[in-house]
Ligand binder design. Structure first.
Ligand SMILES: Cc1cc2nc3c(=O)[nH]c(=O)nc-3n(C[C@H](O)[C@H](O)[C@H](O)COP(=O)(O)OP(=O)(O)OC[C@H]3O[C@@H](n4cnc5c(N)ncnc54)[C@H](O)[C@@H]3O)c2cc1C
Length: 433
């Protein structure tokens, strides 16, 4: 079969990888000047930077993890233990926050523990699970953890009142330690939360994009057309025309709102549902440091606005020895916004640098240069009721004969491993050619 694949990110290329092994003739339409989407990276003056903030290889899916590592070839990946922290006023607190209570000041530790135990007791007494995220946090973690971390951090990353968010996305995404671990942590006994991410890998060279390049280089027959945005998809008696070219099947990995734009005869209810598919955008601020070190950490969350606009920084030079020139180091900061940023990217970068300098993470005089990267579709915004809107749009695409898959194809909070899994599962439903 001739298959048109819309979008050449990790999902599109993974679908292609499977389908060409089944004997199908695949053509990838990619709007960007090269494939990779959110997984793209750059090397600037010897510094490696990922376009969409800090990316790491990790997965509970053994087949997918093996796939991601194997496509890297002999260069392989550098393995690290996660050393993640939360910057809380004057100190680094171990991540996840509930596993780091022992690092807090005695007053804050008491505050968090008291609230946690009260919430635990309330749940045991049968309190109903709230359906909005703000109240859910209170129900799950208690008042102290909410005020010190969960609320400010989530307000910073999502940019909307937390009462507007639902909770369907939280499982597996919001670390959720057992009560014993929280009590141990508060008593000073070390515990590890979010265990499936406790160890991770990063490509030895070329940044996270090396995973994409690995998949790409093992494609033998697939045609990848870059700088070729999909402008129209028409169904025509059992076949499809993509930009006027005829195919037997269409798989879309581009964001659902962009897919709907290129389809014909969109019913009013689908248009309304599509308009309600919100997402946040991301500005990545890369900071190259000359002859300076960064803390021996993987990444740090910054919940408090006073510390700068970034919700997280990654010390990317710690991920692999070749990620920065000898004696130098680097930082990537993630700043999210709804729609276009309200300031210039230069102003955002300056605020990040000032925020980090103010907290002693870097010194202005060590900054060699900064670069920013804009990512329009970064996170799905899980507003209440979004599930039924996603279902309406995906059903419409499916009834039009188009398979939708990927982070913004499934419209789900997928990391690249889940994207690859979804790609493989979709390809498995195609017959052998
Ligand atoms: C801040 C942040 C941190 C993350 N950290 C991690 C991590 O540590 N580990 C991890 O595994 N994952 C991580 N992820 C998730 C990961 O980036 C995504 O899951 C993955 O890249 C999504 O791949 P995709 O192919 O589904 O989508 P995309 O990468 O968005 O690819 C879609 C492609 O479609 C193209 N396109 C759009 N419109 C058109 C059109 N009209 N015609 C043709 N092409 C079009 C785009 O150019 C793009 O290349 C992170 C994401 C973010 C935002």
């Amino acid at each position: 079969m001739k298959v048109a694949l819309l979008g050449g990110g990790i999902t599109g290329l993974s679908v292609a990888w499977k389908l060409e092994r089944k004997g199908h003739e695949v053509t990838v339409f990619e709007a960007g000047d090269r494939p990779g989407g959110l997984c793209r990276s750059e090397t600037i003056d010897g510094y490696v930077v990922d376009h969409a903030g800090g990316h790491i290889i990790f997965s509970t899916d053994a087949e997918v993890l093996e796939f991601m590592l194997s496509v890297l070839g002999p260069g392989g990946a550098y393995k690290s233990e996660r050393r993640a922290r939360i910057f809380h006023h004057d100190r680094y607190v171990t991540y996840p926050f509930e596993n780091g209570l022992g690092d807090l000041s005695p007053e804050h530790r008491f505050d968090c523990l008291k609230g946690y135990v009260e919430a635990w007791h309330t749940r045991k007494c049968g309190a109903t699970e709230p359906t909005n995220f703000k109240d859910w946090c209170l129900w799950r973690f208690g008042d102290g953890i909410c005020r010190h971390f969960m609320w400010p951090y989530n307000e910073k990353i999502w940019n909307v009142p937390l009462t507007e968010l639902g909770t369907a996305w939280v499982r597996g995404r919001v670390p959720d330690a057992p009560v014993e671990d929280v009590l141990k942590a508060a008593s000073g006994i070390k515990t590890v939360g979010y265990g499936h991410q406790a160890v991770f890998w990063y490509p030895t060279s070329g940044g996270f994009e090396s995973v994409v390049k690995g998949v790409l280089s093992s494609l033998k027959t697939t045609k990848v057309r870059c700088a070729t945005p999909v402008e129209s998809v028409r169904r025509n008696q059992g076949t499809y025309e993509v930009n006027g070219e005829v195919f037997d099947r269409v798989v879309s990995t581009i964001p659902l709102p962009l897919l709907v734009k290129v389809l014909d005869a969109v019913p009013a209810e689908v248009a309304v549902a599509t308009a309600g598919l919100a997402h946040t955008s991301l500005t990545t601020v890369f900071i190259a440091l000359r002859n300076a070190t960064v803390p021996d950490l993987s990444w740090v969350y910054f919940p408090h606005p006073a510390d700068g606009p970034q919700n997280r920084v990654t010390f990317i030079s710690n991920y692999a020895p070749n990620n920065a020139p000898t004696g130098c180091s680097s930082i990537m900061a993630e700043v999210t916004h709804l729609g276009a940023p309200s300031k210039s990217t230069e102003a955002i970068a300056a605020e990040v640098v000032d925020g980090l300098a103010g907290r002693g993470v870097l010194r202005h005089e060590d900054v060699a240069f900064t670069r920013t990267f804009s990512n329009r579709f970064a996170y799905i915004l899980y507003e209440s009721g979004i599930e039924s809107r996603i279902e309406t749009v995906r059903r419409f695409a499916s009834e039009a004969g188009i398979d939708t898959v990927g982070r913004f194809g499934n419209y789900s909070y997928f990391n690249s491993d889940r994207c690859i899994r979804a790609a493989f599962d979709l390809a498995a439903t195609y017959p052998d050619a």
